[in-house]
Write a protein that binds this ligand. Sequence first.
Ligand SMILES: [Cu+2]
Length: 83
Amino acid sequence: MTSGDIAPTGSYAHTFNTAGTFNYHCERHPGQMPGTVNVTAGTPADDNISITGTVPFPTKNITVGSKITWTNNSGMTHTVTSN
Ligand SMILES: [Cu+2]
């Protein structure tokens, strides 16, 4: 995932089409905003993550084919970038 800058009120979406563990981070806040998405087999169900500040992303457990949408509800720019 390489969202590039997500400005306040902006969003980024990614569909996970393979099973596995996907670790990512925010390039704007190194060390402060790690995140993990665990993808397993199952019926797809989309999910959302609200970015509210410079805190770790919540871990998500989803199924193959599910889309996660990150929405920036903070006052700062962030990214969603694979490790
Ligand atoms: Cu950030």
